[in-house]
Ligand binder design. Structure first.
Ligand code: PAF
Length: 283
């Protein structure tokens, strides 16, 4: 696996691969890699000849300085894992490289509307940070395909909309959420759970599944269903930020004829902010 620390070297290698007619697939990450990330790489492998992974903990998408400071740096272990799954190149930019004028004086990418609801309402500026860094990484890597996890459903929608609006020549692929055997969605944040909280954590997915069954069997009082789900989470020791049934097309509130649904949730369990979602088509 080749490792690049500069934009110049990364571009040079990618140019050579592109000139050789190889299809480049990109998996952007913030490191602290788990099985979910490795699934993204496996998926990427099937999409082209060269897989490029970036590890960059993006300060601009953290609305909480302490959260950024506490984000684990596990570069050595991450490199071993990426090498084992056959990644061709690892790009490791510095903050100065990505934000040469400081991220306060940056040129921001704003995806209006979508960025301000759900996670965006609770983490102001988060999706501006995500869209901006992903746009920069796309410009550096210039991949044919980019792969993201569906666990971050809203992030995936923000990125798709950005790609569409700004005409990035990249195909964005979503990969289904990788779960532990008890249903808990894999996430770097799971490492913040105590042993006791880890036992409770699968409740989030269980409640999503329960709400899916309710909707499938004709439940149509969405507000009551959402409120009941939040209560179950609260009784289970969670502090829910939101639990909401939305259109899977644009995350808008559900109307009588909306059939393609996604149930999205974010909830705190101790120091861990967990997010998860589940799709449902009533058509
Ligand atoms: O999902 C992530 O790990 C990050 O938000 C991303 C897409 C790498 C941007 O920093």
């Amino acid at each position: 696996m080749l490792c690049f620390n500069t934009i110049h070297d990364t571009r040079q290698q990618l140019y050579a691969w592109r000139m050789a007619g190889e299809r480049i697939v990109f998996v952007p990450t913030m490191g602290n890699l788990h099985r979910g990330h490795l699934r993204l790489v496996e998926h990427a492998r099937q999409q082209g000849q060269r897989v490029v992974v970036s590890i960059f903990v993006n300060p601009m998408q953290f609305n909480d300085k302490d959260d950024f400071a506490a984000y684990p740096n596990t570069l050595e272990q991450d490199s071993v894992k990426l090498q084992a799954v056959g990644v061709d190149a690892l790009f490791l930019p510095s903050v100065e490289m990505i934000y040469p004028d400081g991220h306060q004086n940056n040129c921001d990418v704003i995806v209006p509307g979508l960025s301000d609801i759900l996670c965006g309402a609770h983490r102001p500026g988060h999706f501006v940070g995500v869209a901006t860094v992903v746009a920069k990484l796309f410009n550096i890597v210039q991949a044919d395909v980019a792969v993201f996890g569906e666990k971050d459903f809203q992030q995936l929608m923000v990125i798709r909309r950005m790609v569409n609006a700004l005409c990035f020549p990249v195909e964005v692929k979503g990969v289904p959420t990788e779960r532990e055997s008890d249903g808990l969605a894999m996430s770097s944040r799971n490492g913040y759970l105590s042993a006791e909280e880890r036992q409770r954590a699968p409740l989030l997915y269980k409640v999503l599944e329960q709400v899916k069954s309710q909707l499938k069997s004709g439940g149509d009082d969405i507000s009551a269903i959402e409120a009941q789900a939040q209560q179950v989470l609260q009784d289970g020791g969670f502090r829910a930020e939101y639990f909401s049934v939305r259109s899977a097309q644009d995350l808008a509130l559900v109307e009588a004829n909306t059939q393609d649904l996604v149930i999205v949730a974010a909830a705190w369990l101790g120091k861990a902010r967990l997010i998860d979602n589940i799709r449902l088509n009533l058509g």
